[in-house]
Design a protein around this ligand. Structure first.
Ligand code: CTP
Ligand code: ZN
Length: 152
């Protein structure tokens, strides 16, 4: 029998199959913080057949835009999105890695113009090689992997 760690929601966005330990980073990418009014629940280290352990995030009453959700792929390339209406799954899809991300990753090159006091937001070009995700700084060309370390 399937055990439910957090309740089903009536309406909103469920982000499933997040690698264990990364739910907090998912909240960060989505800009969910102490100012958020919606009900948010999170389950960490849930037993999963496919993944061993996984995290889940549920945001009630909010249909987060696909473009926003795809940013999650930077740190959770296999995350599944479920949009829920009247307790039913209206739409299910896998996040898709964006080609370019703005203002999400920090360039580790201290001389990079994106780290100067100028109001310049970072721009990175993203690509996947097998299970690994790489990003390259638009301004200085620096390449990074293990992107979870570079979230702004
Ligand atoms: N869910 C929810 N509220 C609902 C319906 C579903 O919170 N009213 C959540 C479930 O708890 C689960 C996710 O949405 O975390 C996907 O639900 P479902 O497709 O029923 O589960 P699985 O078949 O396990 O999904 P998958 O095939 O994507 O692994
Ligand atoms: Zn740079």
């Amino acid at each position: 029998m399937k055990e439910l760690v957090i309740s089903k929601i009536r309406e909103g966005t469920v982000i499933d199959h997040i690698p264990a330990g990364r739910a907090i980073l998912v909240l960060k990418i989505l800009g969910i913080n102490e100012k958020t009014k919606e009900t948010v629940s999170m389950a960490l280290n849930v037993t999963s057949k496919k993944m061993g352990k996984k995290d889940i995030v549920k945001v009630e009453g909010l249909f987060i835009k696909e473009e926003e959700l795809n940013k999650i792929a930077l740190i959770a390339p296999n995350a599944t999105i479920n949009l829920i209406k009247d307790y039913e799954i209206e739409k299910k899809f896998k996040v898709k890695l964006p080609e370019v991300v703005r203002g999400i990753l920090r360039c580790p090159n201290r001389m990079c113009i994106s780290n100067s006091r100028e109001p310049i937001s970072s721009i990175f070009y993203v690509r996947a090689e097998g299970d690994e995700v790489f990003a390259k700084c638009h301004y200085c060309g620096r390449k990074i992997k293990d992107l979870s370390q570079y979230l702004l």
